[in-house]
Design a protein. Sequence first.
Length: 250
Amino acid sequence: MRAVFITGGTTGIGMELAKLYLSQGWKVGVCGRDRAKFDESFQAHRDNITFYPADVANREDLQRAIADFSKPIGLDLLIANAGIGYKYKTKVPDFDYSYKMIHVNLLGVMYAFEAALNVMIPRSQGQLVAISSIAGYNGLPGVSAYSASKAAVSKYCESLHLDMRQFNICVTTIHPGFVDTPLTQSNHHPMPFIIDAPKAARLIGRAIAKKKMVYAFPFFFSTVVRFLGILPRPWYRLLMSIKTINYSKE
């Protein structure tokens, strides 16, 4: 039996990924801060799944959870999915929340990868996956820390993909666009090409199975966002000043 551990696996994309792997016969571990969310999400899926009350911003908690889950049969796949975003896009950042976001979105991935590699490197096998965002391709207005954290995750994974090949460990970065989850439901602006979480999980699952280094979706929207990333920056700044596409508020 193969084993996967998913951070932030009690809601949204993480929950749908957990259900996907359960349906494929995997042993699944998930962590979160709220046991009630797990109980609600997995009422009909209690076999082969274990919940750990761990905060991804706590390095020791995450190490203990992943080590405990991996003891019986090891760890084949780690998906660092947990993350937070902004409810309101403001021109002046909420710095306290921004610092928390960097800790959760970036350090939370690093903590999860560290704990997983403690298991995978001695066995010379495994796959690490981080859920980044197409917001990491550019510095978007109103979400400075979110864009920064996701860009950092992407480059961190790119480096690790090169370093971990010697251990037969694959590193995959996923760049979703808008996905209908509790995180995006708090947004107060249009979300073009939004897809539902079950479909996102299926797309991500296929990319993971193919061991892609990078996977961005939906295709058209992600292509547009990546194109913006190669524009001369004065052009990009001019484009982002258009009010209809600049969602940040005073």
